[in-house]
Design a protein around this ligand. Structure first.
Ligand SMILES: NC(=O)C1=CN([C@@H]2O[C@H](COP(=O)(O)OP(=O)(O)OC[C@H]3O[C@@H](n4cnc5c(N)ncnc54)[C@H](OP(=O)(O)O)[C@@H]3O)[C@@H](O)[C@H]2O)C=CC1
Ligand SMILES: O=C(O)[C@@H]1CCC=N1
Length: 269
């Protein structure tokens, strides 16, 4: 594995910033001393400190260490005011924003001289099985994109996309881990209602999910072809799918539309 030469500083060590910083260390592509994170909540920094990440109570102090790459992992609603305070320290730097809905044009206007790359990752980056879409801003160079791809590539799948695709990728892939976790919970609850022990049921559902993902990733097979193999003629899966499919497809489409509407709202807040 190619070691990351850049030092990476993450502003906001919440769910996603914490996952990125931890994932970089977990991947082995970054020496922990070359990863920094700041958050104004001490409790969010403790687990990262224990991994050897350099942690700071505020962004100004962290940016005084002159990191090569700064990841903005704070909510879209507070991005502008947070960036304003440290804008001068971000000038000329490679700044990666993961804020849902916030466009490259808005980021470049907020940041003036920074080289911006906009990314929409997801939470499994911490387990190095994340998925991230990346789009390059107007001042970012080929070398900047290489660095951003190296960072998010070390954390799972990383794909360059057009900016107009990033919001849809966020609604499907960025939010996706929550949808998948909901499916785990729904299957587990149904099993428990039918008398299965909760923990055993959850573990079996999770093992099944991992198995399906492993098989589909390895074979490249279409999910419909895989479904057919499970569905014995006149059997139980056919009966289950007849109920589940229309509800799930309608529910998923509604969820993606709602997530996209919220993305647009967040961009304007
Ligand atoms: N969660 C996810 O799965 C994904 C999130 N994203 C994006 O990542 C960003 C972060 O989301 P998420 O991790 O869920 O949010 P969190 O609220 O979990 O994390 C953000 C953290 O940053 C802290 N913070 C806010 N402003 C500053 C600042 N100026 N300096 C230091 N720390 C600060 C917050 O503290 P406090 O709460 O006290 O303000 C909080 O601890 C969002 O823009 C979101 O759109 C993208 C993809 C997936
Ligand atoms: O819920 C959110 O707004 C963020 C963006 C994608 C996933 N989580």
């Amino acid at each position: 594995m190619r070691m990351l030469e850049a030092t990476v500083a993450v502003i906001g060590a919440g769910s996603m910033g914490g996952a990125i910083a931890a994932g970089l260390v977990n991947s082995g592509c970054a020496d922990p001393s070359r990863v920094m994170a700041c958050d104004h909540n001490d409790d969010k920094l403790a687990a990262l400190s224990a991994k050897g990440v350099r942690t700071f109570p505020d962004a100004g102090e962290m940016l005084a260490c002159d990191p090569d790459v700064v990841v903005l992992a704070i909510k879209p609603q507070v991005l502008r005011q947070s960036v304003e305070v440290v804008r001068a320290k971000l000038a000329g730097k490679l700044v990666v924003s993961i804020a849902a809905g916030v466009s490259i044009a808005t980021l470049e206007e907020m940041l003036s001289d920074s080289r911006v790359v906009r990314v929409m990752p997801n939470l499994p980056v911490q387990a190095l099985s994340g998925a991230s879409a990346l789009c390059r801003g107007n001042l970012a160079s080929d070398a900047d994109m290489d660095v951003a791809l190296q960072i998010f590539g070390a954390l799972g799948s990383a794909k360059v996309m057009r900016e107009d695709q990033l919001d849809a990728e966020g609604a499907v892939v960025g939010c996706g881990p929550a949808y998948v976790a909901l499916m785990v919970d729904a299957l587990t609850r149904s099993g428990v209602e039918k008398g299965l022990p909760a923990q055993a049921c959850r573990e079996m559902v999770l093992s099944t999910m991992r198995g399906v993902c492993d098989q589909l990733l390895e074979s490249g097979e279409h999910p419909r072809a895989y479904m057919e193999k499970v569905t014995s003629p006149g059997g139980t899966t056919a009966a289950g799918l007849r109920e589940l499919e229309p509800a799930l497809i309608g529910g998923v489409q509604g969820a993606i539309d709602a997530a996209l509407r919220r993305t647009v709202e967040l961009a304007g807040e």
